[in-house]
Design a protein around this ligand. Structure first.
Ligand SMILES: Nc1ncnc2c1ncn2[C@@H]1O[C@H](COP(=O)(O)OP(=O)(O)OP(=O)(O)O)[C@@H](O)[C@H]1O
Ligand SMILES: [Mg+2]
Length: 264
């Protein structure tokens, strides 16, 4: 599929319907009958106990499971109105529309410049080095890292930054391919409270022109940044709704038990 065809005007970024997913050739039934949607400009938090399928769901969106031959999947997932499993979809082009931020900051062991310019270069997004320089700067500025690294772009390795800085570098790298959706899997799970506050502030800024899915074990974080919350339990989506409704008036017994145990 030509890249331009992916840009379909739609008020829904992602729609998942009746999705089931199995690992290990059917031995592990990790997601059961999931239906949900994601809209531009919103932060949707995934919460639920360890092993309930949050990361598995996130990896469906950008077809990260493709590399795992033991994964089976049924149901339908669309991105901007197009079935992501349609044979005409080119997975690398699809993945460029998504930025991924992992729990543990994982910068490349190369310079800051290379960390941020790599994606745009392999996708051929910039016309020349001047455009690339402006884009690297803009990506680092959006991630609130520019002022701390601007004099050492080529001399400092990503891995030489502090943990919080590394995570902001990973966010700059995720932004560098100009994604529509950010997938963040416990992005503050391994950084300190000050660095966490910076990342949360960023999430609130970035959602203005992106849709963001944020997996978190922090109920406070979900309350602070999410517009809607999805509660998973044993591979099922047991509740989804506006953040306040889910926290104040959970309807399902599973969500009540989970939230009651954690925040009650
Ligand atoms: N690559 C894999 N192969 C086989 N089973 C897997 C694989 N990845 C995850 N699982 C299983 O799928 C289920 C869901 O795992 P997942 O990692 O999605 O949970 P999670 O909600 O993200 O948990 P956590 O909060 O601990 O990160 C678990 O039973 C897990 O053991
Ligand atoms: Mg996980």
């Amino acid at each position: 599929m030509a890249e331009a065809e992916i840009f379909v005007l739609s008020d829904t970024e992602i729609e998942v319907s009746a999705l089931d997913l199995w690992y290990d050739d059917g031995a592990v039934h990790a997601l059961r009958d999931i239906t949900l949607d994601l809209h531009p400009g919103e932060v949707l938090a995934f919460i639920g106990p360890s092993g309930c399928g949050k990361s598995t769901m996130l990896k469906v969106f950008n077809r990260m499971h493709d590399a795992n031959r033991g994964v089976r999947l049924t149901g339908k997932v669309t991105f901007q109105g197009i079935d992501i499993h349609d044979p005409s979809i080119d997975p690398p082009l699809l993945r460029r529309r998504f930025g991924w931020v992992a729990q543990k900051p994982n910068p490349f062991p190369s310079s800051i410049w290379q960390n941020v310019s790599y994606g745009p270069r392999i996708h051929g997004l910039m016309r020349d080095e001047a455009e690339m320089a402006a884009h690297v700067e803009a990506s680092l500025r959006r991630a609130h890292l520019w002022d701390e690294v601007k004099d050492r772009l080529h001399t400092l390795a990503g891995t030489e930054l502090s943990g919080g800085q590394q995570q902001r570098l990973c966010i700059a790298r995720a932004l560098s391919t100009m994604p529509d959706v950010l997938l963040m899997d416990e992005p503050t799970g391994s950084i300190d409270p000050v660095a966490t506050a910076k990342v949360e502030e960023l999430v609130l800024e970035l959602k203005h022109d992106k849709a963001i899915v944020l997996v978190t074990h922090s109920m406070m974080q979900a309350r602070r940044v999410a517009d809607r919350v999805a509660v998973f339990h044993l591979g099922r989506l047991v509740e989804i709704g506006p953040t306040e409704d889910v926290f104040e008036r959970p309807r399902s017994a599973e969500a009540q038990a989970f939230l009651g145990g954690l925040v009650g």
